[in-house]
Design a protein around this ligand. Structure first.
Ligand code: HEM
Length: 182
C-alpha cells in the first residue's frame, strides 16, 4: 500500500525554496514558449520581482540545509558525506552565487559574464530533480509528488524553449545561406 509521510519543517523549507526558484524561471520560458501570455502582463510582473524572489529561494534553501546539517550531524569535510549530498551542495552553491550577484553593481562589474553566470540557474533544474528523487526515495511526503510535478513541468517548458530557439537559429542560418547563394 502507498503511504506518505507528513512533511517536517525541513521538507517545508526545501519545498518553499523549490517553488520560489521555479517562479524565477517562469517569465522568460513563458514569453518564448507562449508569446501570447505577454498580453496578460504576467511575465512582465514576474520579471520585475524575479531578483527578489530568487533571493527568497536562496534563504529558504539555506534554512533547509542548515536544519538538515544540524539534525543529521553532517560533516562535509568527510568526502563520503560530501558525495552523498553533492546535488544539494552544488545547488546551494549556485543559489548563493546568484543571490550574491543579484544587484545592479554586479551587473555593471561582471558585464557579459553576469548573464553567463546567471544561466547556471538552468543547471539547477536538473540537479534538483536528482536531489528530490534521490533524497526522498522510499519515504515520500505529501509535498514530494507536488514538487516533482512542478519541477517536471518547468523542465518540459525549458526543453521546449531550447527547441524553439534551435529552430529559430537554423531557419535564420538557412535564410542567410540562400541570400548568399542568390
Ligand atoms: C539548495 C537548494 C535545495 C533545494 C531547493 C532543496 C529542496 C528539497 C526538496 C524540495 C526536498 C523534498 C521535500 C519533500 O518532498 O518533502 C528536499 C529533501 C531533502 N534535502 Fe534538499 N534542497 C536543497 C539543498 C539541500 C542541501 C544543501 C542538502 C544537504 C544538507 C539537502 C538535503 C536534503 C535531504 C537529506 C532531503 C530529504 C529529507 C527527508 O528525508 O525528509 N538539500 N530538498
Amino acid at each position: 500500500m502507498l503511504t506518505m509521510d507528513m512533511p517536517l519543517s525541513v521538507n517545508i523549507l526545501g519545498f518553499i525554496s523549490l517553488m520560489t526558484y521555479v517562479i524565477t524561471l517562469i517569465p522568460t520560458n513563458l514569453k518564448i514558449v507562449f508569446p501570447h501570455t505577454k498580453e496578460t502582463g504576467i511575465p512582465q510582473f514576474l520579471l520585475k520581482y524575479r531578483r527578489s524572489i530568487g533571493i527568497i529561494a536562496f534563504f529558504f534553501a539555506l534554512g533547509h540545509s542548515f536544519l538538515l546539517v544540524k539534525k543529521r550531524n553532517l560533516d562535509f569535510l568527510d568526502l563520503k558525506t560530501f558525495w552523498i549530498y553533492i546535488q544539494g551542495i552544488t545547488t546551494l552553491t549556485i543559489f548563493s552565487l546568484l543571490a550574491i550577484t543579484s544587484n545592479n553593481w554586479s551587473i555593471k562589474k561582471l558585464k557579459r559574464n553576469w548573464k553567463k553566470l546567471h544561466q547556471m540557474t538552468y543547471f539547477a533544474i536538473f540537479l534538483l530533480i536528482w536531489h528530490i528523487l534521490d533524497k526522498m526515495s522510499g519515504h515520500w511526503t505529501y509535498l514530494t509528488p507536488i514538487g516533482i510535478a512542478i519541477i517536471t513541468g518547468i523542465t518540459i517548458l525549458f526543453l521546449i524553449r531550447l527547441w524553439i530557439i534551435y529552430q529559430d537559429t537554423t531557419t535564420k542560418n538557412k535564410r542567410k545561406i540562400t541570400k548568399l547563394n542568390n
